[in-house]
Design a protein around this ligand. Structure first.
Ligand SMILES: COC(=O)N1C[C@@H]2C[C@@H]3O[C@]2(Cc2nccnc23)C1
Length: 130
């Protein structure tokens, strides 16, 4: 009903704010857009579910996320994909893995500090009711 749409509107505002803050962080530049398949032709053979910050914003606007848990499944894809595709000891791989781990830690810290558990519980109830 209307109150549920108010809750989901507030969820989208929160998720957009988090995503935009991540996209402004220079450490996360490599995660802001999809990996360029013309530059990296084997990427989709290795990574089955690509994800990036611009796609998160599109998903938010298309009402893909009804809970923060669903949003975090996609933010987890971003850093997990980077660890998987860039496993080597060379400096570039180490660089992007360090940034992937920073992205993981930053998202978890924001959610821990800024998401009210009662709000997420209401979102989960809406998800289960649909
Ligand atoms: C999230 O970003 C990534 O996982 N990657 C992996 C790719 C390999 C390397 O860095 C990326 C883009 C790129 N383009 C041209 C040549 N080499 C590269 C970004």
């Amino acid at each position: 009903e209307e109150q549920e749409e108010d809750v989901l509107r507030e969820l989208r505002l929160f998720l957009r704010n988090v995503t935009e803050r991540l996209a402004l962080d220079r450490r996360f530049k490599a995660f802001t857009k999809p990996v360029d398949i013309e530059e990296v032709p084997d990427y989709l053979m290795v990574i089955r579910k690509p994800m990036d910050l611009s796609t998160l914003l599109t998903n938010i606007d298309q009402h893909k996320y009804v809970t923060v848990r669903e949003f975090m499944s996609d933010t987890d894809l971003i850093w997990q994909n980077a660890l998987e595709y860039n496993p080597d000891s060379d400096p570039m791989d180490r660089h992007i893995r360090h940034r992937a781990c920073a992205l993981k830690d930053t998202v978890r810290a924001i959610i821990r500090d800024e998401l009210d558990e009662d709000f997420e519980r209401v979102c989960e109830e809406i998800r289960e009711s649909r």
